[in-house]
Design a protein around this ligand. Structure first.
Ligand SMILES: [Fe+2]
Ligand SMILES: [Fe+2]
Length: 333
């Protein structure tokens, strides 16, 4: 049977205007209490590590000067970070939905602090792009699909997996990579702040998702897997559409993929500490690494690798006789 508390986690959309006066009634088992404290902490750390986006941007510009890039590079950077900017707006909306729908106090606090963070991420990115002298374009089809599906689902678990564990992971890795390769110093400075915030948002997913997954029915699990696969493939296609821009600013898309797999493996390890039945090397991930090999061959973006060869390599990745993007890029550190 599903506990009241868990039912509450899944939200009560029929009662979305009601106040949950029974929210303090349920006694927490030990592990759940620990998770609740961690979620509460996400809110408090968010408050103590808060930053003023206007100051941080102005100080970075005072320190490094206005961004000064060759036109080609500047436009590529603006296309990639224009996407990020719209992604931040979607994250703002999605976390506001979570802040409304999650009932347990600690989870609700964490989501509320995320709303505030995403609002800041959105306006700071907008101001940065303005300084760069570029107007953000509309989202391309695949990125739009990832965000729309996450915004549009009424299922809280799908929303959490889409936002906290997929979009946040991709954003976190993109920020880390752009900072590491120092595309532009003002942006690198901003990224350290963004990364810190996004790590907390991923943390909310780590605390909430496993207990909800553990209680899924078989049809629920299948529907969730289909949703996840849809998001992952759309994310990959989206990455493919901006491949040229990434290369122009010096980011190898394979490095980002490898790091995203690494981050995912770290998340899985954290979850397994409390839910030992959580799969260590899910077959879905291995299959997905094969798909990555087809779209982003290890020979590089400019190598002309014929489709049959790509398929052969993909099968070798799945069969573990060929290094996957994760093994190539994700094992560092
Ligand atoms: Fe964000
Ligand atoms: Fe975030």
């Amino acid at each position: 049977m599903m506990s009241n508390r868990l039912l509450a986690l899944f939200g009560r959309h029929d009662e979305s205007t009601a106040l949950p006066y029974d929210m303090f009634d349920v006694a927490y088992p030990e592990a759940e209490a620990r998770r609740a404290r961690r979620m509460e902490n996400i809110y408090h750390v968010g408050q103590s590590k808060i930053w003023d986006g206007r100051d941080v941007l102005a100080q970075a510009i005072a320190k490094y000067g206005k961004p000064n890039l060759a036109p080609e590079k500047r436009r590529a950077l603006a296309r990639v970070f224009g996407m990020i900017m719209w992604g931040e707006l979607a994250a703002w909306k999605i976390s506001a939905q979570l802040a409304d729908r999650l009932v347990p106090l600690e989870a609700k606090l964490a989501a509320a602090s995320q709303v505030h963070d995403e609002a800041r991420h959105f306006y700071v990115m907008h101001d940065y792009l303005e300084t760069l002298g570029e107007k953000p374009a509309k989202l391309e089809f695949w990125a739009q699909r990832v965000l729309q599906r996450t915004l549009g689902t009424n299922n809280l678990l799908k929303k959490l997996i889409g936002m906290q564990l997929t979009v946040e992971t991709v954003a976190f890795v993109a920020f880390q990579r752009v900072r590491e390769i120092e595309v532009e110093p003002v942006l690198s400075e901003l990224m350290t702040y963004y990364e810190r915030d996004e790590a907390r948002h991923i943390g909310l997913g780590i605390q909430l998702v496993p207990q909800m997954v553990a209680r899924l029915s078989m049809p629920g699990a299948i529907s969730l897997a289909a949703f996840q696969l849809d998001l992952l493939v759309a994310t990959l296609f989206s990455l493919k559409t901006i491949e040229r821009d990434l290369i122009e600013i010096g980011v190898d898309p394979r490095s980002m993929l490898g790091m995203a797999f690494r981050k995912q493996a770290d998340i899985d390890t954290k979850i397994r500490a409390e839910f030992p039945q959580w799969p260590a090397d899910p077959p879905l991930r291995r299959a997905f690494e094969g798909v990555c090999e087809v779209l982003f061959p290890s020979e590089g973006a400019d190598a002309k690798v014929p489709v049959p060869v790509r398929m052969k390599h993909a099968l070798e990745v799945v069969a573990r006789t060929r290094q996957s993007v994760f093994e190539q890029w994700g094992q560092r550190g």
